[in-house]
Design a protein around this ligand. Structure first.
Ligand code: PEP
Length: 251
């Protein structure tokens, strides 16, 4: 089913104490959201924050990453089973920061998607083009390649569990948001790609989030677009008031 979702990606911010304070603030400010609220704190905080949010049925927990192998000699890494065992229901996969700084390539991302689904979690699969690709107008083809390589190997029943997050890299953390029209055009293009692969019914049911400098001021305009089903929020998810305003902008 197509769901409206606002997901907060805290990245590498907040100590546990600060994270619990932020979560308390969010819980106080958010009442009856029109969709799901997903919180993606650092891995170390998953269990404690999971305990806090489980009192609200619309709140869900996400890991920001997991390893694609089930276990083994991968010092510092955490497997899908492990994040599931502390309550993660979603995993962010393919974020541009993981692609850029940790050199995660499409084959690894596809394996992470599989690991996440095999453990009963839902991938939030990120895609999006860098500025030079946008400037030469080849962004749809660029994102199509990311989707084909990372997701389109899935069987229909597994693809239904996926949330797609379109995050143009030039908009992430830069304060430069895609216009509502740019977001809508790309989300529609993604939906058409999904329809070509899995059929219109599944495409219509797919949740596609926008990410990239989405904030309390611009969320409503972005979310009002017909193919924008909410947002993946970085910086603005670190302030309870701003995050609550963004959640209130869901249609
Ligand atoms: C993100 O990192 O997923 C993101 C969208 O960040 P920001 O909202 O800070 O641009």
């Amino acid at each position: 089913m197509r769901q409206q979702i606002v997901a907060g990606n805290w990245k590498m911010n907040k100590t546990l104490e600060e994270g619990l304070e932020l979560t308390k603030g969010i819980l106080e400010k958010v009442e009856k959201p029109k969709g799901l609220v997903v919180i993606a704190p650092p891995l170390t905080h998953l269990k404690e924050i999971g305990k806090m949010i489980k009192v609200r049925k619309y709140f869900h927990l996400a890991a920001q990453n997991c390893h694609h192998e089930p276990k083994g000699a991968y010092t510092g890494e955490v497997a899908a089973d492990m994040v599931a065992s502390v309550g993660a229901e979603f995993v962010i996969i393919g974020h541009s920061e993981r692609r850029q700084y940790f050199k995660e390539k499409n084959d690894v991302l596809a394996a992470k998607v599989n690991a996440c689904i095999a453990r009963g979690m839902r991938p939030i699969f990120c895609c999006g083009e860098p500025l030079h690709i946008r400037e030469v107008d080849t962004h749809v083809g660029y994102v199509a390649k990311q989707l084909k390589a990372g997701l389109f190997h899935l069987k229909e029943e597994d693809f239904r569990k996926v949330v797609i997050a379109y995050e143009p890299i030039w908009a992430i953390g830069t304060g430069r948001t895609a216009s509502a029209q740019q977001a809508q055009d790309m989300h529609l293009a993604i939906r058409v790609l999904v329809a070509k692969k899995y059929g219109k019914a599944i495409a219509d049911d797919t949740t596609i989030l926008y990410g990239g400098s989405c904030n309390a001021q611009n969320a409503q305009e972005l979310f009002s677009q017909p193919d924008v089903d909410g947002g993946l929020i970085g910086g603005a998810s670190l302030k309870a008031e701003d995050f609550a305003t963004i959640i209130a902008a869901l249609k």
